[in-house]
Design a protein around this ligand. Structure first.
Ligand code: ADP
Ligand code: MG
Length: 735
């Protein structure tokens, strides 16, 4: 008999190992643990959750409630989840080294006898055991241990240890090694040992046993049609799962550790496929709903285009054509309009809105922030006023009486278009016949708001069309994954005549030179932004810093008209400041990052960003996009504090070297991972545990190619695949 233990209460997961671990599992709502075999009922494709063949239940009834509760913490609710609970890494227990031969700093397995075991209380309570083999001795130290472990490690016990060996003050040491007390024969295993993500109270040994049991009982049926599987050159599913949990002796250890082994490829592919399939099904389900076919004569749009002081770019025309074709269909459009800051998405949205209005329908335009919404309102009102179209402004800053009137005109259908922030979603906003909803910076909205808006179609049963816009340029891989349930139009061309923004990195110690530049720019009739540092820890401190900066700059530039805009201002105040800046009454605008989106002042040609090292890359890129909107050359000065961390230095280098938002986003994705870039957690998109969007690009492409075909030709396999990977969860994804 042997016992395997780990003398710690912490999960058996070393720091830094958790990246691909249980992340994501817990972040999506889960439903009941059991998956029953239900045959599809009623309408096709409405996906019930079958997974196991009749007679076999996929439940964890055989474990105690306590263990079930621990498994649930890991997102394991069914046998299928156990089978897909894949090792974090593997340990090589197949070989022993002698203590004398062990190289300091490496992880090794040694075997020996405990010659001394004691609990010391200084400098802190710890269990110290000396272990000897024929070549030498080492000290084990445990800072957390159970009495049972202390007893097991009494003098004379024969033990096998795995851990990192270090030369300490008292000779060789292992801190918190994994140990196994040997009794009788204990042959070395002949294959790698999997190490699982786990949680308190669930040992690696128990998990291994549970997984073995799951592998025996669970349905590991293939979900890819054979010809397809061979065509994309993937391992059979069941074999791949077995290999990853119980690697045979001859397996290539490196490819297993690095997750490049064909078995890993198969599992990553399946995960990506599940994501694509579930999003594809939602897309199809929505596209079967009805929407008003907006087929207008185009009179108003033509008038607007003719009144513009510029011609549309080729990219704008292409995007508009795609949107128009969608709007003319009797099913809801689900399209994302993507384009870098300043690429001219707003006019495209306005022309799309006119198509709805001409067809006798109403339009909602919404934005995440008051400032952005107001910018939209101003533009739409300006453009549409020329055409005699009434535009309503719904915002927190509008007085109740005016607001009520606006709501009334919306309900009666007299107002064709409403712009607002979240206020637009509030219960009392009713449209007579909403035909199109335009959502800017859609990734900032959660699932819920989007759903609520869709329910406001008015008297008709039809759904409004949806146009989402995003200025957060998303790398292609991420878009493929995250927006698999949307059609995407990209404006990949900036309007002509834009001067590129020159980015400069300046150490904070050279602030005087920066002040001189601001003075020069304003003296020559241009305007500038001064962006205050982001202070994430405290909003109060952030506000304080903005106030201080404002006062300091006022003393510095007594000759300039300076304004201050920050997130805690009342909307009316903020709007007044922004209007004054727009009108040129304010020369220098001191602002927190509230100006990140939506400000469009072509005469502003200089931006100073303080403590740029604290900001995210996409944020810096968005900020920088606020200048360079006019015809004069523009600059963005990034002030940084000396003593930059490696990461901060890398980030500043990226923003300095790249002006293309897509490239910035791609590099950002590499540095930070997709969740943070898109706020993907709240989006309802299934998170990836195994696959990596950057390195598994080929698999993602294959999954994306295959998903529509499978949905069309093998709905039964699709159901099994989704049940296996998402369980009951897909019902909670985007609606
Ligand atoms: P974004 O895509 O960031 O929302 P906007 O729609 O705010 O960009 O457009 C940025 C600026 O470019 C606006 O002032 C807009 O009027 C102007 N603009 C849009 N399209 C063109 C074009 N084809 N030619 C010249 N200027 C344009
Ligand atoms: Mg915009």
């Amino acid at each position: 008999m042997t016992t395997l233990a780990r003398a710690t209460r912490k999960p058996a997961k070393a720091p830094g190992e958790s990246k691909k671990g249980v992340r994501g599992r817990g972040s999506v709502p889960t439903v009941s643990g059991d998956v029953k075999c239900v045959k599809p009922s009623g309408k096709g494709g409405e996906s019930p959750l079958p997974s196991t063949p009749a007679g076999v239940t996929d439940s964890l009834q055989f474990v105690t409630p306590a263990v079930r509760e621990r498994l649930a913490r890991l997102g394991i609710l069914r046998l299928a989840d156990l089978a897909l609970h894949l090792p974090l890494r593997y340990e090589d227990e197949t070989a022993l080294v002698t203590i004398a031969d062990a190289i300091s700093g490496t992880t090794v397995q040694v075997e020996g006898r405990v010659v001394e075991s004691k609990v010391s209380c200084r400098p802190r309570r710890q269990l110290i055991c000396r272990v000897e083999d024929e070549s030498g001795s080492l000290t084990m130290r445990f800072f957390n241990f159970y009495p049972s472990q202390q007893r097991a490690l009494a003098a004379r016990a024969r033990v096998r240890l795995i851990g990192e060996i270090r030369q300490g003050f008292f000779g060789a040491e292992m801190i918190h090694p994994r140990f196994r007390v040997l009794r009788g024969e204990a042959p070395l295993p002949d294959a790698l040992t999997p190490v699982y993500p786990t949680t308190a109270g669930l040992s690696q040994d128990s998990l291994r046993k549970l997984v073995a049991r799951a592998l025996r009982d669970v349905d590991l049926a293939e979900t890819l049609p054979e010809p397809l599987r061979q065509q994309i050159n993937l391992e059979p599913f069941a074999e791949a799962v077995r290999l990853l949990h119980q690697p045979p002796p001859q397996v290539n250890a490196t490819s297993l550790q690095e997750r490049s082994h064909p078995a890993w490829q198969r599992l990553k592919f399946d995960e990506l496929l599940a994501q694509q399939l579930s999003m594809r099904l939602h897309y199809l389900r929505r596209s079967r709903q009805r929407a008003p076919a907006l087929r207008s004569h185009g009179g108003l749009s033509r008038q607007l285009v003719e009144s513009l002081p510029f011609g549309l770019t080729g990219a704008q025309v292409r995007a508009l054509d795609e949107i128009r074709a969608d709007l003319a269909r009797p099913h809801p459009m689900q399209r994302l309009l993507q384009g870098d800051v300043g690429s001219g998405k707003t006019i495209v949205a306005a022309l799309a809105a006119l198509q709805a209005i001409e067809s006798g329908y109403q339009v909602a335009v919404m934005a995440p922030t008051e400032i952005l919404a107001e910018q939209h309102y101003r533009k739409f009102a300006h453009w549409l006023a020329l055409l005699g179209v009434d535009v309503a402004w719904l915002s927190g800053s509008v007085r109740k009486k005016e607001r009520d009137q606006a709501l009334e005109r919306l309900a009666s259908g007299n107002t064709a278009l409403a712009v607002g922030t979240h206020a637009l979603f509030q219960e009392q906003v009713l449209f007579r016949n909403l035909g199109l909803a335009i959502v800017d910076e859609q990734h900032r909205f959660g699932v819920r708001q989007r759903l609520m808006l869709r329910m406001k179609g008015g008297q008709t049963n039809a759904q409004p069309h949806q146009l989402m816009m995003s200025a957060t340029p998303i790398p292609r891989t991420l878009a493929m994954s995250f927006y698999a349930d949307l059609d995407v139009s990209v404006i990949d061309e900036l309007p002509p005549g834009r001067m590129p923004v020159v980015t400069k990195l300046v150490a904070d110690s050279r602030r005087d030179e920066v002040l001189a530049r601001v003075r020069d720019a304003c003296a020559s009739g241009r305007q500038a932004y001064w962006v205050c540092p982001l202070i994430e820890e405290s909003e109060a401190l952030q506000l304080q810093t903005a106030m201080d900066t404002y006062e300091r700059l006022q003393r510095e530039f007594s000759e300039l008209r300076i304004g201050l805009a920050h997130g805690r201002m009342r909307s009316a105040e903020k709007a007044a400041v922004m209007n004054a800046f727009q009108a040129g009454e304010i020369q220098l605008l001191v602002a927190t990052t509230v100006i990140e989106v939506g400000v469009d002042v072509p005469n502003a040609s200089l931006m100073v960003i303080e403590h740029a090292d604290r900001m995210g890359l996409s944020q810096l890129h968005q900020l920088r996009g606020r200048v360079g909107r006019g015809t004069q050359s523009s600059a963005c000065i990034l002030l940084y504090q000396a003593m930059l961390s490696e990461l901060a230095r890398e980030r500043l280098r990226i923003i300095y070297e790249n002006s293309d938002g897509f490239e910035v986003a791609r590099l950002d994705l590499k540095l930070r991972g997709p969740g943070e870039i898109l706020g993907a957690r709240q989006s309802g998109v299934p998170m990836l545990r195994l696959a990596d969007l950057e390195s598994d690009m080929k698999l993602l492409e294959a999954a994306r190619r295959v998903a529509p075909k499978l949905v069309a030709s093998h709905p039964d396999l699709v159901e099994c695949h989704l049940a296996r990977w998402l369980g009951g969860r897909q019902e909670y994804l985007r609606v």
